[in-house]
Every structure is written in structure tokens, then in C-alpha cells.
Design a protein around this ligand. Sequence first.
Ligand code: V55
Ligand code: FE
Length: 497
Amino acid sequence: MSKYPSTVHFTGLNTPVGIEWSARNLDVVGEIPSEIDGAFFRAVPDPAQAPMFADDIALSGDGMVAKFRIHNGVVDYAIRYVETERYRLEKEARHALFGAYRNPFTDDPSVKGKDRTVANTTPVWHGGRLFMTKEDGLGYEVNPDTLETIGRWDYYGALKSETFTAHPRIDPVTGEMFFFGYEAGGLASLDVAYCIADKDGTLVSEQWFQQPYCSTIHDFAITEHYAVFPIFPTTADLDRLKAGGPHWAHQQDLESWVGIMPRYGKVEEMRWFKGPKGVSAFHFVNAYEDGDLVHLDICLSDTNAFGFMREAGGVQRDQRDIGGGLTRWTFDMAKEGDGFESRVIGPPGDMPRLRDEDQGRNHRAAWYLSMNPQGGPPLPGGPVGIAFNAMFRIEPGNGRLDMMPLGPNMAINEPVHVPSTQEGHEGWLLAVVDRQTGENSFASELWVVEAADIAKGPIARVPMPVPMRAQVHGTWVPADKLAQARATAGENANEDA
Ligand code: V55
Ligand code: FE
């Protein structure tokens, strides 16, 4: 008997693994192009302790940071826990001390005021540093070579926000990182901090504004001139938290909002556009400008994709009955008023990927995960409890859509994009693909796919010797950036000596 609950959050692909391990020279089936040189970092929630409450969810799992290091067609792998304050306290106690998802009022009194974040959502690379992030707290800096945890990252005390998003956006031309934190001033507060770090990773701007209601702002977007903040009606309430209730409840009858401000402007310049009621999105593909128009491509659904957020708001809907699609919202910044246009541009799906160089610019193509109608019943696993089994490549300019369908009993995690230096070459995608091999057994592989031709399937595969728990997000860091960071860290160490 597992010490973990037998719910979808702890079984199937969400079965806890919790093994810190590493291996060199993994077997490669096929050939990995030598141009793929760098590290694929992954965020994997994996609860180190059985949860305090049986209705705990996958999003509460302690963050593990994993790395595929790829060089000359050779693959090394390592995975370690992010040693957050919470992880260390519970490791010492050998049992859970922190209670329900994002509700400190349910914690053991001995950890009152301690850092609750599990740093389990996105590895972020900026200014030569690697951070593991989750939106309910600050990021934790991790050593990209050893994956050892260095500590909580607050920009040398400069950042006032209590939180840091798992979805910052890095401008490909300036190297600046645009980011935000919501509930910046405390639990269920309306405060949002909007921040910029320069290309070297120095915090150069932090401004606070208030959102219309306390919503879960999971992602945002930038264009060359604007910052775009979506507000979807999944809300927090301090009294509900104090009563031991859930952090989030989806409100199907409340309207959504989009705030748009000049990205180098003042938060007082924010313009609020009013959107449809009850909709939800966790991820944006991208935003870009076309004259006075701002286009925003959204993985939109007609209700919240997380069952526990719907149920808390009294929304009864089966996971399979959620509607939606890849949707383009277009805002005319030259026009008065709070209206905008909406049209569906692709099938439903989530976990979108963009080339880093297309961030905030008109993107010719993007990739995202979806369901293969011929793939059989989806495997249980991942944050919402149903794993994706197809990948799309879409060209929003002309509607072209390609699919990489997976067979029955298979699942795919979010890919990263690896650029090519060859003229006209679209690069590659790397993703972990899982397969059910028995009633309670799963095997995983790293797949290498040509970004321009996903339909032909993987050109190389790396079978993994140990089961792998479902990933949330990942990031690709090219070898030259890893080397640069190592050199700078060395210089700093010499200065300190
Ligand atoms: C998400 C993931 C989270 C979370 C809140 O993908 C939202 C959405 C992995 O943690 O805490
Ligand atoms: Fe996310």
C-alpha cells in the first residue's frame, strides 16, 4: 500500500517517484544532431512526504529540478529536489507540516510564517542564473551544474513583491526579463507587482497596481511596446482561507478583464478591456503588435481547466466536456472603449511553445499539446489529471496545422524549442514522452523532433531507466550561456576569496 492517497493526483503518471539520481551516456536510439548543445531543464512536482490531507493535489508536490545535458549526441541526466525552506523542514520532520494547497491556515503551527512555496512550476534562466519558480512565492536559485539549491532569490533584497510568476517573458532583443507577482502584498491581496530586470539580471523597475478582483494570474505577455495582463474569474477570498477552505474558486458568472499598459510606462497608464464571463486560460502563446493592433493568442477554455478550482466555485463539469480553442484576442489601441475582437484560430490545447526569438513579435509558427482523437483514452496524470497525447504545430498567419499524434497508452509533456544556426532551419523540439507498460508501470523517453516537421515523429529517442513523474514546464539553455554563467560565477568566487 502506498502511503499516498489513491487519487489521480498520486497515481498513474502522477505516482510519486522522489528519487534523486543521475546517469551519464544514456542510450540513444537514432542520432541527435550535434547542433543540439545545451541543457533541457524541467520542473517536476513530486511530493517528498505523504500529504496532510487526502484531497491534496498534484500542484502541491515538492519541486524537483531535472536536467538533460546534451552534447555531441551524448545525453547525461540528473534530477534533485529543490531544497526550499518547506522541503527542508519536512525532510527533517519526516512528515508533512504544510497543509492544503496555498492555505497557510491549515499548516502545523510549528511552521507558521515559514516559506510555503514548493518551486515546482518553471525553470527560468536569466542574467546567467537558473531559478525554480512557483507563483505563490519567490523563486529559488539553483546551481545549473550540480542542481544544488543556492537559496531564495529576491534580487539582493530589492524585490518587494512576496511572489514571482512562473511565467516571466524575456525580450529577445534587449535581454530584459519582464515579470510580475500577484498577491504581491500578501494572501488574497489585490496587489500585483510589475517588474523589469535588465539583461544582466538587475532589478530596474517594480511598480504595484491593483487587479479588479483577486484572480490567479498564471501567465502574461509582452509586445515590443506593451505589457498585457489577463484577469480570469477564478478568485481567492481571505475569509474562505481562514476557514480552512480552498484558495481558488471559479466564478462562472463573473467577467474577465485584460489590462494593457506601455511596457516601459507607469501602471497608472493601464487600460482595462472587458472580456467574456466565466472563461479561463493558464497560458498564452504570445502577443505582438500590428500597427495599432495588439494580438494575443490564448489557450482559452470556457471554464477553469482544474477540477478543484471549478468544484470550489460550484461548477459541475466533467474534464472531457470543457470547451475552448486556441483563440486570438485583438485589441485596437487607437480606439476608445473597453471592447476587443475574438476569434478561434486553432483546436483546443495547452502548454504552448514559441521560439525564444519570436517572443513579443509576430510568430510564424508555434507548438502546443492537445488530444489525439485516435489515441484512445488519455493516461491519468499531469496537473489536471488527464495527460495530453498529441502535439500541434500551427501557423496562425495561414491556419496551417500539423499534428504529431501519439498512440494508445502514451502521453507527452511540454516541449522546449532548440534553435538552429542553419539559415531557414526551424530547429528542434525536445519533449518527454511516457508510455504505460503495465497496470501500474510506466516508461519514459526523451524525444527529439524536427520543429518544422513534427508529423514524421521523433528523429531520436532516449529511453529512461527510471520512471518519471509528469513535468510542468521546462526551459532550454544553450551551451554558450551555460559556459558564460560558469565563467562569471568563477570570477565572482575569486572576488569573494
Ligand atoms: C499551474 C501550475 C501550478 C500552480 C498553479 O499550470 C497553476 C498551472 C505547478 O503549479 O501552482
Ligand atoms: Fe504554467
